[in-house]
Design a protein around this ligand. Structure first.
Ligand code: ARG
Length: 584
């Protein structure tokens, strides 16, 4: 494993050194290097610096140029405009850098210097309830962030904070006691049956609950039994959890996502901590009694009529709810799991809840300066018409139906293009392409924005879609298969065509893109990078014959560019949780 500095980093270093030699009083000034269409890079840091020190930017830029001698790296450097530097790197440096990346399993991407422990709270559906498109976003974004962070060397621990606790379980369990045959054992059902059983029991128990006062009272008592740990009650509760997990896993599998059982740690897991959490908050004065409930107030959080909106730690009847489980989870994650970052991938509509929970934990001293807590609140999924996603009948759309439809549409696209695929292969690839398309569309919108769920657009072969990227990848793979005896090999002595240079320079930015996307929790930066990579490859492919290149060395060098492009696309997509099939 050898990390490879990017050309941008090497050039930036040379310019920074020259800059501080030319202007020692500037200290470690940033040359502000970026890609440019005038040359490979442009540095415009001289402008602001000269202004600040009351100098002439063009003069400063000229002095910097005079101090740079790096013929092996820099082919051309010139002052332009009011004091920019336009910089072109040598073809040799470009090919050598890419060759060093190609020789490394991690494509030369470094691990970060001081990795921490990030606990990612994501993919948290609710027991006995259908998963909806909102749960899709949490799962997809959380999974991608996790891959990204892992790749940077961060230690990640997943937490699926499923809704498996609360008063509704009194009703469900009581119903099951009175109608014992209604829930088939979890090991006898598949995901679909599990959900349909749960739905049936949920609806039936709700109906009795609403109609029958005596049942309601028995259900209420059942909640108390559950919370006090009554064995029979807990066993029945467990059956709902197990049945739900069968369903969850079937959906996660469809999503092509690995979820570990030991990381499914729902609200109930913190039950034993809740009383202590409440006691600590009350004793420290962070929480106060108000109308019998234990609550926390905030100066800046007010509701209607300017009334303060408190966070409820314990209800007047003694029960603990959502906030108490989240506060207890923070104690567990910080003190037992030694988290340095708490990341929550939860609907933006819960951002007030998290604001209050984090502030409470800070006041209690559970969250100090060493721990960052962040809710990556994501926006709503909208239908193609721009309204919140609903069926024609106005019901919430079942996640599974959506995924099935995506796979089906994608299979049609694959079938149209397929030349030599069997029906089974078409279905299999359809699933990979369809689920990939759903994930990509979600990830390519910055998470805090709403996004439109538009299957036609998602599985389109043109435009910013995963399908476009997957096809670019598969096309490269097919060229590599057709190459026969010719092998990919870097030839640093060759002169590069413009499309080769553009492709190569972009390939070299992979590590920086991944680091940014991970640090900013912004998978859309990676999707944008990959889309551009696929586009640059398409241009290269149109302009530069690979197998019919002019010389054997050029064939090898172009195969080399093909190969590293394929590997970069594959790696990048895998960090997003999306497959890149070898053939499409
Ligand atoms: N189960 C919740 C829901 O469906 C999301 C849980 C989010 N995580 C948390 N730690 N509160 O809305």
């Amino acid at each position: 494993m050898a990390s490879v500095p990017s050309l941008a980093a090497s050039v930036n270093q040379r310019v920074a050194d020259a800059l501080s030699a030319a202007l020692p009083e500037a200290g470690a000034a940033d040359p502000l290097l970026r890609r440019s269409d005038r040359a490979d890079f442009q540095a415009n840091g001289m402008l602001a610096l000269a202004k600040k020190l009351k100098g002439n930017p063009r003069e400063l830029a000229t002095q910097v140029v005079e101090r740079i001698t790096a013929p092996e790296l820099i082919k051309d450097i010139e002052v332009s405009g009011p004091g920019f530097l336009n910089i072109t790197v040598t073809d040799t440096a470009l090919v050598q850098t890419l060759a060093a990346r190609a020789a490394d399993d991690r494509l030369g991407v470094p691990l970060k210097d001081e990795p921490g422990v990030t606990i990612i709270d994501y993919a948290q559906p609710n027991v006995a309830k259908e998963m909806h498109v909102g749960h899709l976003r949490s799962a997809v974004i959380g999974d991608a962030l996790r891959h990204l962070l892992d790749f940077t060397g961060e230690k990640t621990i997943g937490r699926h904070h499923i809704g498996d606790w609360g008063t509704q379980f009194g009703m469900l369990i009581q119903y099951l006691i009175e109608h014992p045959g209604e829930l088939a054992p979890a090991d006898e059902v598949d995901g679909e049956q599990a959900m349909s059983n749960l739905n049936r029991v949920y609806k039936a128990s709700r109906a009795v609950f609403d109609a029958d006062e005596e049942f309601k009272e028995r259900a209420r008592k059942r909640v108390v039994a559950l919370q006090s740990g009554d064995k029979e009650t807990l066993d029945l509760w467990q059956r709902f959890v197990d049945e739900s997990k069968v369903y969850f896993y079937s959906v996660f599998e469809k999503l092509d996502m690995e979820i570990r059982d030991d990381e499914i740690v729902g609200e109930s897991a913190y039950n034993d901590m809740m009383a202590e959490t409440a006691r600590l908050l009350e004793e420290s004065g962070v929480a106060v009694r108000s109308e019998g409930a234990l609550v926390v107030f905030f100066d800046d959080i007010k509701g209607k009529d300017d009334q303060p909106v408190p966070l409820i730690v314990q209800k007047a009847d003694g029960g603990f709810g959502y906030a108490a489980s989240d506060l207890s989870a923070i104690r567990n994650r910080v003190f037992d799991l030694h988290a340095t970052t708490l990341l929550y991938v939860v609907d933006v509509r819960q951002s007030l809840h998290f604001k209050m929970v984090f502030e409470t934990a800070r006041r209690a001293g559970w969250l100090g300066d060493e721990v960052t807590a962040h809710n990556m609140g994501y926006g709503t999924v909208l239908g193609a018409d721009g309204k919140p996603f609903k069926t024609r009948e106005g019901e919430t759309v079942r996640l599974e139906d959506l995924l099935d439809e995506a796979a089906q549409r994608a299979a049609e696209v694959v079938r149209e293009k397929a030349q030599d695929l069997t029906e089974e292969e078409i279905q299999e690839r359809g699933a990979q392409v369809g689920i990939g398309a759903v994930k990509y569309a979600d990830l390519s919108t910055s998470a805090n924005r709403d996004y439109k769920f538009d299957l036609d657009q998602m599985v389109s072969l043109n435009g910013d879609t995963s399908v476009y990227i997957q096809y670019a990848h598969a096309r490269i793979k097919s060229i590599l298969r057709k190459a026969g005896d010719a092998q990919p090999a870097a030839h640093a002595e060759l002169e590069l065509a413009p499309a080769e240079r553009a492709l190569g320079l972009h390939l070299d930015q992979f590590g920086e893109t991944v680091a940014d996307a991970a640090a900013e929790y912004a998978p859309h930066k990676l999707t944008a990078y990959l889309y551009q990579l696929a586009s640059l490859y398409t241009t290269f492919y149109d302009q530069c014959p690979v197998l019919k290149a002019e010389t054997p060395a050029q064939v090898e060098n172009r195969l080399f560019l093909c190969d590293i492009t394929a590997r970069t696309l594959h790696k990048g997509m895998s960090l997003l949780g999306i497959r890149t099939p070898e053939r499409l």
